[in-house]
Design a protein around this ligand. Structure first.
Ligand code: UDP
Length: 249
């Protein structure tokens, strides 16, 4: 698999289809693997947080989640084909899970959301086997019990919706113990599937301004999105604009 280095993170240069194919292969192979859908907020934080950087290096697949990462790859002179978001990859994998009767565990989001998301997945992909659910508002003391619950459910795929980077940290910490072939963080995807949160309209995705639409739909996100201009400046500093102008005699 070809990866490109973006601010120290190895990001897969794959289309959504190729990424889904690879993850399906991970399920067939069976040994525990972690998939990270990398967004700019995570990558920015990882610059100053060794644990977050270590997680992306240990992950078996890191995808370019969002237009910010795709843009950064282009600035770095190593373009990736397209963005591969958590929700899009989840849907492709669920489709395949329907065909192959694969077991899916949904962990995270508010009580009731994972169950509703599971029902929606079964409705869309009838062969998919719901292996279990658990909400995402648990204390660290409950970790072991939840790991045991997931293990006993023997899922093929575990989707974790605790928000980034919590879901990646949790997945990495318990990867071996969980013994699930594919563990992947999916952010707010269960809310979207359950219908508690609307995904931004398709036209905003096409115009690459889904982030702006998400901000408009949920103004509380502004604080998190403050990191985006800092991320952009860092990318420009590393790969473009500022560097070349400094080189001008
Ligand atoms: N969440 C959770 N436990 C927590 C914090 C968050 O289950 O302790 C859930 C939250 O309910 C939401 C998801 O994690 O469903 C995070 O969604 P968000 O849109 O913030 O994540 P993003 O997609 O931006 O990573």
């Amino acid at each position: 698999m070809k990866t490109v280095d973006i601010l120290g993170a190895p990001v897969a240069s794959l289309t959504l289809d190729e990424a889904a194919q690879l993850v399906n292969q991970f399920v067939d192979e069976g040994r525990p693997r972690q998939v990270v859908t990398l967004n700019p907020e995570y990558l920015y934080r990882a610059q100053a947080d060794r644990q977050l950087m270590r997680i992306v290096h240990q992950a078996d697949l890191v995808t370019a989640d969002g237009v910010g990462i795709v843009w950064a790859a282009r600035r770095a002179g190593q373009p990736v084909p397209e963005r591969v978001t958590g929700i899009d990859l989840l849907l492709r994998l669920a489709e395949y899970a329907g065909v192959r009767s694969r077991r899916v565990f949904l962990l995270g989001s508010a009580p009731g959301v994972a169950e509703a998301a599971g029902r929606e997945l079964v409705k869309r992909y009838p062969g998919l086997v719901p292996a279990g659910t658990h909400h995402g508002y648990f204390k660290p003391e409950e970790d072991e019990a939840i790991v045991a619950k997931v293990r006993e459910a023997r899922p093929d795929l575990l989707f974790i919706a605790l928000g980034a980077p919590k879901q990646e940290i949790w997945g990495a910490r318990y990867l071996a113990e969980l013994n699930v072939p594919v563990v992947m963080g999916v952010g707010g995807s269960l809310d979207v599937l359950a219908g508690t949160v609307q995904r931004a309209p398709v036209w905003t995705q096409r115009l690459h301004i889904e982030w702006l639409a998400r901000l408009a739909m949920n103004p509380k996100r502004w604080r998190r999105q403050l990191v985006l201009p800092k991320f952009a400046l860092l990318v420009l500093y590393q790969y473009g604009l500022f560097k070349s102008s400094r080189n001008v005699p």
